[in-house]
Design a protein around this ligand. Structure first.
Ligand code: ADP
Length: 183
């Protein structure tokens, strides 16, 4: 299952699959503030990438303390094909009145900015916050798509890939991206 859209110089690709298997220069982790690993996509990335990922997260946590929701840091990809893992923390859904939408937007934007700063041309995102953090899927997909499209219009990334774990997630992101750009 795969779709491709174009915005400026950037290809926005949607794939159904496992983010740990992606060949982009960076993959984004939906981490938690402790950076000590967890369930869901976070656990999968630590398992697939090996102990180097946790080692570096420990060093980062020792120097910055916890990573606030919306912020992002870039670190090793360990044994992954991706050279880097960008760890970001999405908001925990609390009903919508706690700036969750803005925090989710920041998580995407700050991750994209780190990729650009490191001169990485390609990056993969999972569906941040829509698992254990319970952010409503359609709204999260729209925020993700709008933030990526806005960034792509202004910056020369080659490819931004959304890696969706289920068909339902794929459909939601496809609808959101399609509403913002041409195929
Ligand atoms: P959060 O705590 O930010 O909600 P989760 O990891 O619980 O993060 O869920 C985020 C999304 O990642 C969910 O849609 C989940 O199904 C998906 N997911 C879990 N494992 C993987 C994986 N290996 N590759 C891509 N997506 C994954």
């Amino acid at each position: 299952m795969e779709k491709r859209y174009t915005v400026g110089k950037t290809a926005i690709r949607l794939v159904k699959g496992d983010i740990t298997k992606q060949d982009t220069a960076a993959i984004v982790n939906a981490a938690n503030s402790s950076l000590m690993g967890g369930g869901g996509v976070d656990g999968a990335i630590h398992r697939a990438g090996g102990p180097q990922i946790l080692d570096e997260c420990r060093r980062i946590a020792a120097s910055i303390g916890s990573l606030p929701p919306g912020d992002a840091v870039i670190a090793t990809g360990g044994n992954l094909q991706a050279r880097f893992v960008i760890h970001t923390v999405g908001p925990i859904w609390q009903g919508g009145g706690k700036n969750e939408a803005r925090t989710l937007e920041k998580a995407y934007y700050n991750s994209l900015s780190l990729a650009l700063e490191k001169e990485l041309a390609t990056i993969s995102f999972p569906s941040i916050s829509t698992g254990a953090y319970r952010f409503p899927l359609e709204q999260a997909a729209h925020i993700a798509a709008a933030t990526v499209v806005r960034f792509a219009k202004e910056n020369p990334l080659e490819e931004v890939r959304f890696v969706l774990f289920s068909e339902e997630d794929f459909a939601a992101y496809d609808t959101a991206v399609a509403s913002l750009c041409t195929g």
